[in-house]
Design a protein around this ligand. Structure first.
Ligand SMILES: *Cc1c(COP(=O)(O)O)cnc(C)c1O
Length: 395
């Protein structure tokens, strides 16, 4: 686009940035299903390989469809550059492999995606990179865990499944005072509801598999940040190869086109459901950042533009009652996936957080009676009716 992209509204960025129409005049972005590219001459090939000429060489390096997704997401996050990856986990792995070395240390929130904990403990540790896990909202605990070798602070906010909210700006200040980088996994909010870079974070991670695709069609991920840092991440990706495919990039960039309107609708539905759940006699507690009684409410109002579609609630009783509620619903999808147009329901203690010990789960506050919802885009009354069917089993 010819006018200054920086000043567009977020919804416009999601729809318009990154695509230079080809002479064919296509309206929708093309999928470049090609592994490699052809040069006009031996000399032109040589110039591509040295980097003198900035064109495409091979799709592990660059692909025009992937490049549209990257430009669009970077613009939405207010960052210089984004690097697309095959999945959210490969975004986290690529960040660590590019920026850390043996002897370096990570401080990580205990309330992050379970596989992230597995990656840090089971794989990075094998290569001499140690991680200390701290309680998400314990600011003194974060400070106390930092060592001279600490290079990364890693967090998700709001957290899964209890929606703890962490102060991104404070964590960025803490990281920078200790010569470390702050990495924020922005999967639950997306740039529509939260832009961590504007709050001081150095790197944003996405599992594009979730809200960015938003319709459960493909895996994808991204790392977002300054050109200096992203150039290092890109160098790892080009060497190791966990890049995003052109088709998945196309699905995800189409997802970005509707992300603004979807995140608002997810948030509206979730708030209505959180309020309805709060009034139910067999619901003990509702964990949703949009409820004024939630601990993270004020901070969420400050650093987020909305509350997202993720919420949890505990029912009276234990695992048996929670499972009864889940099994008595008819429309909701019983799956651990999230960020989908379809509402999903899951029992964290026996699925997403099933690998934790009983003690770790207790400490994390994930009881046997806890149920997590990823509130979708169906008519809100239909979602409520289905939850009501579930809760009726234990009334
Ligand atoms: C799903 C998820 C991931 C991992 O992403 P994949 O695309 O499944 O590899 C990372 N972080 C969060 C918060 C997630 O929900």
């Amino acid at each position: 686009m010819s006018f200054d992209d920086e000043f567009l509204e977020l919804a416009t960025k999601g729809i318009r940035i990154g695509h230079n129409r080809s002479p064919e005049g296509e309206h929708s972005e093309p999928i470049y299903a090609t592994s490699s590219y052809v040069f006009d001459s031996a000399e032109a090939a040589a110039m591509r390989f040295t980097g003198e000429d900035k064109g495409n060489v091979y799709s592990r390096y660059t692909n025009p469809t992937v490049a549209i997704f990257e430009k669009r997401l970077a613009a939405m996050e207010g960052a210089e550059m984004a690097v697309a990856t095959a999945s959210g986990m490969s975004a986290i792995l690529s960040t660590c492999m590019a920026l850390l070395k043996a002897g370096d240390h990570i401080v990580c929130s205990k309330s992050v995606f379970g596989t992230t904990i597995g990656l840090f403990n089971n794989y990075l540790a094998k290569f001499g990179i140690e991680t200390t896990f701290v309680n998400a909202t314990d600011e003194k605990g974060w400070d106390a865990a930092i060592l001279p070798s600490t290079k990364l602070l890693f967090l998700e906010t709001p957290s899964n499944p209890l929606c703890d909210v962490i102060d991104i700006q404070k964590m960025a200040d803490l990281a920078h005072a200790n010569n470390a980088l702050l990495v924020v996994d922005n999967c639950f909010c997306t740039p529509v509801l939260q832009t961590p870079i504007a709050l001081g974070a150095d790197i944003v991670i996405h599992s594009a598999t979730k809200y960015i695709d938003g319709q459960g069609r493909c895996l994808g991920g991204a790392v977002v940040g300054s050109e200096t840092l992203m150039t290092e991440v890109l160098a790892f990706l080009r060497t190791a190869g966990p890049t995003m495919s052109a088709f998945n990039a196309w699905v995800c960039l189409k997802g970005l086109e509707t992300l603004s309107i979807r995140m608002k609708a997810h948030s509206d539905n979730a708030l209505t459901i959180a309020k309805w759940l709060s009034d139910q006699s067999v619901v003990e507690k509702v964990y949703y950042t949009g409820l004024p009684e939630h601990e993270g409410f004020e901070l969420a109002c400050k650093q987020q533009k909305g509350f997202s579609g993720m919420l949890s609630f505990s029912v009276t009783g234990g695992k048996e009652q929670a499972w009864q509620v889940i099994d008595a619903t008819q429309m909701l999808s019983i799956t651990a996936n999230l960020g989908d147009a379809k509402t999903t329901i899951v029992h964290p203690a026996t699925t997403t957080h099933g690998r934790l010990s009983d003690e770790q789960r207790m400490e994390a506050g994930i009881g046997d009676n806890l149920i997590r919802l990823s509130v979708g885009l169906e008519g809100v009354q239909d979602i409520i009716n289905d939850l009501d069917r579930g809760l009726a089993r234990i009334r």
